[in-house]
Design a protein around this ligand. Structure first.
Ligand SMILES: Cc1cc2nc3c(=O)[nH]c(=O)nc-3n(C[C@H](O)[C@H](O)[C@H](O)COP(=O)(O)OP(=O)(O)OC[C@H]3O[C@@H](n4cnc5c(N)ncnc54)[C@H](O)[C@@H]3O)c2cc1C
Length: 441
């Protein structure tokens, strides 16, 4: 028998049958379960039969929140930028009484001792004079006709040598922890702040740094509040925590988990794609998929520091972190509360206490910590964090999707789909999938 959360008291492996197996209780898995029910109810059909299996003991995936010593921290800042107002409304309807801030982003880049506005390429006029002239001249005389074969060649072709080498290359190498020549030119999709020469020159007189996240919303209880909204309508007994998907027999449509075997009609998975295909016994050359890890520190101090930035970018290779964010400036906190992000390659082994010492030293060097006392801290390694979108990985994702779909297996989400996307994108994608299933019963 399953308890309220779907946890089983016994350990013997049994065979059960369920129409939809959903793997992962992060944004993608929980959204899909909701949309499945919504689509059925809109068509006057009974609730589809589904079970969410989640390896962790709690929901949320990367959208978890840690509350510690009076600080509220996410797995690094997780902010919500909605392009679909109906999705935001749907979530907010399930968050009664909560304070949700809508914040106009203030983000800066630390360069040559100055804090310049993001994005770098549109704010070169804020650089020291010599650097500004180098960026402008190189932008004008860039070799735009060069063949763009990678993210790195795209940066040189679009922005010229100085903009590329002062910020775009060192910053993104710190983040992605790889040679940017390996990445597809469109590796960051709509999240890359493109600007042509007209935008750059025009920005010198009239500032317009609008981007996909010019404003964002954030619940004071942290990102987990959106997860709680996604849990609000799900009937009890449909999530099995501490249950891991281990393998899939594609031909028989059977998912073998750490507890049982589940015969399914459709399996929707937010498990990272390389792991999913390995579980299905599909061979993929090991070099096809690569990714970075991000070590996140959340740090709580005894008093406030800078009052303006929401987050800052650090291209300087001498500093361990590539980005620092101020939760307290978003939540109007009275004590400095930071998230720190450090990139590493997929084989990186982080020495968490030693790296913390270095981070604290680097924060002092950067003038972010100036006498404040660290009261509380937390760390987590996101693995994978940013997937490396390459020509090879794009081809392989396109090849694998139909193979899996033939057997009723559908990868979703940022890691299932091996892509770069937002939380809202995860909700939009799973809504589309559920709608497609409802239309083709
Ligand atoms: C550093 C960083 C910052 C980000 N900031 C933002 C932001 O500000 N705004 C934004 O919109 N997006 C942001 N994102 C993206 C956002 O985190 C993701 O789009 C979203 O969390 C993905 O949700 P998901 O459910 O697809 O995957 P996940 O959150 O990874 O959830 C997958 C779930 O599956 C479970 N699972 C994995 N394997 C198994 C298995 N074998 N069996 C059972 N369960 C399993 C996991 O435990 C997990 O709970 C950020 C990402 C990173 C890395």
């Amino acid at each position: 028998m399953m308890d309220r959360d779907g946890n089983r008291g016994d350990t013997c492996v049994t065979m059960e049958s369920v129409e939809y197996v959903i793997v992962g209780a992060g944004v993608s898995g929980l959204s899909f379960a909701n949309w499945l029910r919504t689509e059925a109810s809109q068509r006057g059909r009974p609730d589809p039969e589904f079970l969410i299996i989640e390896a962790d003991h709690q929901p949320g995936g990367l959208c978890k929140t840690v509350v510690q010593d009076g600080f509220v921290w996410d797995y690094s800042g997780h902010f919500f930028h909605f392009r679909h107002p109906e999705i935001e409304t749907w979530l907010r309807q399930r968050m009664p009484g909560q304070e949700i801030r809508t914040v106009a982003k203030k983000s800066f880049i630390r360069f040559a001792g100055r804090d310049i506005d993001f994005p770098f390429q549109k704010n070169i006029h804020q650089l020291p004079r010599e650097d500004f002239i180098d960026c402008l001249v190189d932008l004008y005389f860039r070799d735009a006709a060069v063949e763009v074969t990678s993210f790195k060649t795209m940066l040189y072709a679009r922005f010229g040598r100085s903009i590329a080498e002062m910020f775009l290359i060192p910053y993104n190498e710190k983040l992605y922890a790889c040679d940017l020549d390996c990445l597809d030119p469109d590796a960051m999709g709509r999240f890359f702040p493109h600007a042509d020469i007209g935008d750059i020159i025009g920005n010198m007189r009239k500032q317009d740094n609008a981007s996909y996240n010019t404003t964002f919303s954030y619940p004071l209880g942290g990102a987990i509040e959106y997860i709680n909204a996604l849990l609000a309508d799900l009937p009890p007994g449909h999530i099995a925590y501490r249950e891991r998907l281990e393998s899939i027999d594609l031909g028989a449509r059977i998912a073998h988990t750490s507890r049982r075997s589940l015969h399914f009609r459709r399996l929707v998975s937010s498990v990272p794609l390389p792991q999913l295909v390995a579980m299905c016994g599909i061979e993929v050359a090991p070099e096809v998929f690569s990714w970075n890890k991000v070590l996140v520190y959340n740090l709580g101090f005894d008093r406030k520091g800078a009052t303006e930035p929401h987050w800052m970018y650090f291209p300087d290779r001498a500093l361990s972190f590539y980005r620092v964010g101020w939760y307290d400036n978003i939540m109007s906190g009275e004590r400095m509360s930071l998230y720190i992000e450090i990139g590493g390659d997929r084989n990186a082994e982080f020495d968490v206490p030693a790296a913390l010492e270095r981070v604290l030293g680097d924060l002092e060097k950067a003038g972010i910590v100036a006498g404040q006392r660290l009261l509380s801290w937390h760390s987590v390694v996101l693995d994978p964090a940013y997937v490396h979108i390459t020509a090879q990985s794009k081809r392989e994702v396109a090849r694998l999707r139909p193979v899996l779909a033939t057997h009723g297996v559908y990868p979703v989400g940022r890691y299932g789909g091996w892509t770069y996307c937002s939380i809202e994108d995860n909700m939009v994608e799973t809504r589309q999938l559920a709608r497609g299933f409802a239309e083709n019963v």
